[in-house]
Design a protein around this ligand. Structure first.
Ligand SMILES: [Zn+2]
Ligand SMILES: [Zn+2]
Length: 158
């Protein structure tokens, strides 16, 4: 087992990567819910698995995005919080907050993503993106949303 596999999964499930998103990335296991796909896609962004992001992006929605573009590192993804989710027989949604560091500043990507299930595969379609929450609005004594476990003022607010 590689070192990567023993790490806590980037999707913040509290499981190891090996027990969580790894089998989905290897396609040995299919996500049962769209939340599982959402988590696996977040982890794929962290590990820059462009092929997985491409394969799980509905062809009608991904436009001219390529595996190469999807493999590029844009920001440093830190934390994922699932706000609400529901999976139905052939569609579902996940509202989430994904926190990233961009040039040393903490940003929140707050989105409600839509998924469909086709041929027993969940696929990401599109999402509504809520206004960006800047790090300045986070209470300084609250736990830092980056998931470090420290108070915000002692972490990304520094
Ligand atoms: Zn995971
Ligand atoms: Zn932080």
């Amino acid at each position: 087992m590689s070192k990567l596999n023993q790490q806590t999964c980037p999707c913040k499930s509290a499981k190891t990567y090996h027990q969580c998103c790894f089998p989905l990335h290897q396609k040995t296991v299919k996500p049962v819910t769209c939340e599982q796909l959402m988590r696996a896609r977040f982890s794929a962004f962290v590990y820059q698995l462009g092929d997985y992001l491409y394969a799980t992006y509905h062809p009608d929605y991904r436009g001219d995005l390529s595996i190469k573009v999807l493999s590029e590192k844009t920001v440093d993804w830190k934390n994922l919080q699932i706000i609400s989710t529901a999976s139905f027989s052939d569609s579902g949604y996940v509202e989430f907050k994904a926190w990233c560091l961009d040039q040393g500043k903490l940003f929140c990507h707050h989105e409600r993503s839509n998924f469909v299930k086709e041929n027993n595969d969940w696929l990401y379609c599109d999402g509504v993106i809520y206004p960006e929450q800047k790090s300045g609005k986070i209470a300084r004594n609250e736990p830092c949303p980056c998931g470090s476990g420290k108070k915000h003022k002692k972490c990304c607010a520094k």
